[in-house]
Design a protein around this ligand. Sequence first.
Ligand SMILES: Nc1nc2c(ncn2[C@@H]2O[C@H](COP(=O)(O)OP(=O)(O)OP(=O)(O)O)[C@@H](O)[C@H]2O)c(=O)[nH]1
Length: 215
Amino acid sequence: MSSETESSLELSSSFCLRIFKIIVIGDSGVGKTCLTHRLWSGRFPEKSEATIGVDFREKVLEVEGEWIKIQMWDTAGQERYRKSMVQHYYRGAHAIFYVYDVTDERSFQSLPVWIEECRRHSRGHDVPSVLVGNKCDLHGASRVSGDVARKFAELHGMPFFQTSAKNPQVSDNPEDILAMVAQRLKNQKPLALNPPLGTEDLCAPNTEKRGACGC
Ligand SMILES: Nc1nc2c(ncn2[C@@H]2O[C@H](COP(=O)(O)OP(=O)(O)OP(=O)(O)O)[C@@H](O)[C@H]2O)c(=O)[nH]1
């Protein structure tokens, strides 16, 4: 067990933490797994395979003097690996990272489909979202225009970031994006905005974690 996970569990058991579920959504291959890996381990994974179903990670962050727990759900982009899981992804989600690949126009064109899927599953709740263009380190490759993406984000009421899981120095740092989202979630008290059912379901992936949610 990593020291980060250990200290996270210690904090969970000794404090009554608010828990926030963030889901990472987007086409297969845009870099969702690499981004979450970067956020959780500070590294870019050498090998990344298609996600099957969902990968679930959590960590405890201090935001303006309050410890909160962030659960990040790295979802499968491929239809065949996600279809039985879709409603679990969205249930109780407090925030969504919509990710596209800045070198892959199709992944940007798919965004309305992902947004529509979220609307269908979030039962009328307005889930705070951010738009993240990944793979900004790939210079020279044909790119989705940042201006077009920014306008799209504005239209949908989302902050917009361009980043690179591989080389965060060239762009917005993924950790800063997560810090901004965590701060926004903390200040909006989203647990009160979502139905109690969602809060219960945050515990579903791992019964060991149920104690941390029970307060
Ligand atoms: N150059 C570059 N490559 C990246 C970056 N992020 C991811 N990749 C590469 O893109 C490929 C797909 O990355 P994943 O993180 O597995 O993509 P995913 O969106 O999780 O894919 P699914 O699990 O199928 O939904 C891998 O070969 C990664 O090495 C990045 O920031 N820059």
